[in-house]
Design a protein around this ligand. Structure first.
Ligand code: GLN
Length: 538
């Protein structure tokens, strides 16, 4: 590996003590701070599991699958990266151990190792280093986040690779930031630094001396504790950054800035930057802290017990709130409960109903009941992907009178397959038929969608197998359904709406992936606006 003047700087983020410290948010926040200094930033997330990507993993285990523009199915941290910065991620920004091994084994099969013995070091570690270099191309800084916690067996090849990287690149090109926890022990009334010390020791055993420590805590940390951590962990006291718990994740960049994290990073990497401007984050934090009202949005879904399964969706709803100066209170409703008890008990006092994406037949009838309730009671309704397919089924059954209308995903023998797999795609292996990533969509003038986007041509991300069945299109239009968005190349229905309703719209794509706190998505802005009107009785 060679270095030259144009080589980017590399920041490695690792975590210690416990999982769920918010490494993804910390990485994304660092990215936003560096972007605000005028630097060109990108990210790379390594996930130390053997699945080649999270596409086939159960959302209950893994959380949301984040879909990128180029259609790769990635870790939800990439969602944080995109929401906090202007970075548009792709397949280059997320690697799992499975993918790394897959690449190495494919090379071995092609004879690219010229008969050599293929080993963890150097072949796997070289592959990891190559991924970092590929993703860093043309950038000023790359932030590389290593999933998991130091000490995990799975994480070792990555830590070894970044240890080598510092040798390859030189000291002023790389920076190691380690995230730890400073717990408070109630019975002793004491703040404990020992877990941080142990975690840093673990890093040093592996050959990495962290340059900066970011310590999560729920309280103010006195200077002497900072000094103690610095002494025992072999860093200077200004490199011990305190990351207090904050109410909203969007306050994290400001909080890290206050404790000097960006200043330290620039100093240690020897970067001359233009001076930060954090006005956009101050505005976002201000709006979140001082909403002028509150709207209750029911999200009727299947994975409601693990909120991470709907990460981008929750964020996009919050962004819609920011755009309308209201707080969005999400009521999580299990679709199977609606099936048992009906929609009324759950939806009577909400200001909007949202049915998110999903797979499989569990809870489908409950979702359809919820949509019927929203349609008949004029509650603002937003359907996304599976939510759109359910809205088509509901309309076909209860408005157009197509009894037993369904998607062939749930009923292969339905007399009215209003949602189906397109001819030519049946029987193809599951992953092979997914429509993934960004597709253009043309909007119908004067529609709800057109007025929200203020544009006639948009592009949104997809992740689904089934489509609106065009054989039933005329019949549904005749009964009052508005088709307001189309993918013209294949004449596929992308958006449906209802006219005689305050706000009823459903999209085949996933708009939540493109919403940011600094530029809320137009459909979420418009939906929350309608919900806010309902909350005020307008
Ligand atoms: N299960 C549906 C399909 O595959 C919807 C997918 C989704 O909501 N992401 O088409």
């Amino acid at each position: 590996m060679t270095t030259d003047k144009n080589t980017p700087k590399f920041i490695f983020i690792t975590g210690g003590v416990v999982s769920s410290l918010g490494k993804g948010i910390a990485s994304a926040s660092i990215g936003s701070l560096l972007e605000s200094e005028g630097l060109k930033v990108t990210f790379l997330k390594f996930d130390p599991y053997i699945n080649v990507d999270p596409g086939t993993m159960n959302p209950f285990q893994h959380g949301e699958v984040f879909v990128t523009e180029d259609g790769s199915e990635t870790d939800l941290d990439l969602g944080h990266y995109e929401r906090f910065t202007s970075v548009v991620t792709s397949r280059k920004n997320n690697y799992t151990t499975g993918k790394i091994y897959y690449n190495v084994i494919s090379k071995e099969r092609r004879g690219e190792y010229l008969g050599g013995t293929v080993q963890m070091v150097p072949h796997i570690t070289d592959e990891i280093k190559q991924c970092i270099l590929d993703a860093a191309n043309n950038m000023d800084v790359i932030i590389v986040e290593i999933g998991g916690t130091v000490g995990d067996i799975e994480g070792l090849p990555y830590l070894e690779a970044i240890r080598q990287f510092r040798f390859d690149m030189g000291v002023d090109k790389t920076l190691s930031i380690h995230l730890t926890l400073i717990p408070y022990i109630k019975t002793a009334d004491e703040i404990k630094t020992k877990p941080t010390q142990h975690s840093v020791n673990k890093m040093r055993e592996i050959g990495i001396q962290p340059d900066i420590l970011v310590c999560r805590t729920d309280r103010t940390i006195p200077p002497e504790v900072k000094r103690k951590i610095a002494l025992f962990c072999n860093v200077d006291p200004e490199s011990v950054i305190i990351a207090r718990d904050v109410e909203s994740i969007y306050e994290v960049p400001l909080m890290l800035h206050e404790d000097g994290l960006d200043r330290m990073i620039l100093k240690k990497l020897n970067i001359q930057a233009k001076g930060s401007d954090l006005k956009i984050w101050e505005d976002v934090a201000e709006k979140i802290k001082h909403p002028e009202g509150k709207v209750k949005i029911a999200v009727v879904g299947k994975y409601v017990h693990l909120k991470d399964s709907y990460k981008s969706l929750c964020e996009a709803l919050a962004h819609g709130g920011i755009a309308n100066n209201v707080e969005v209170d999400i009521q999580w409703i299990d679709a199977e409960e609606v099936e048992k008890r009906g929609a009324g008990p759950f939806l009577s006092d909400v200001h909007g109903v949202l049915i998110p994406g999903g797979f499989g037949s569990r809870g489908i009838e409950g979702k359809i009941q919820a949509i019927r309730f929203a349609r008949e009671n004029r509650v603002p309704f937003f359907g996304i992907c599976l939510g759109m397919q359910c809205a088509v089924i509901e309309f076909a059954r209860n408005v157009a009178g197509l009894e037993k209308a369904n998607s062939t995903e749930f009923d292969g023998n339905t007399p009215y397959p209003v949602i189906h797999i397109m001819p030519g795609q049946e029987g193809v292996e599951k992953g092979g038929t997914m429509r993934l990533g960004a597709y253009p969509c043309i909007l119908m003038p004067n529609s709800l969608a057109y007025n929200a986007y203020k544009s006639g041509k948009i592009s949104e991300r997809h992740r689904h197998r089934y489509e609106f069945n065009n054989n039933h299109r005329d019949m549904l239009i005749k009964n009052g359904m508005v088709i307001s968005g189309l993918y013209p190349q294949q004449d596929l229905v992308e958006i449906i709406e209802l006219k005689e309703h305050p706000w009823f719209l459903a999209s085949q794509f996933h708009p939540e992936f493109k919403s940011k706190p600094t530029s809320p998505h137009p459909l979420f802005t418009s939906f929350i606006e309608a919900a806010a009107k309902r909350s005020k009785g307008i």
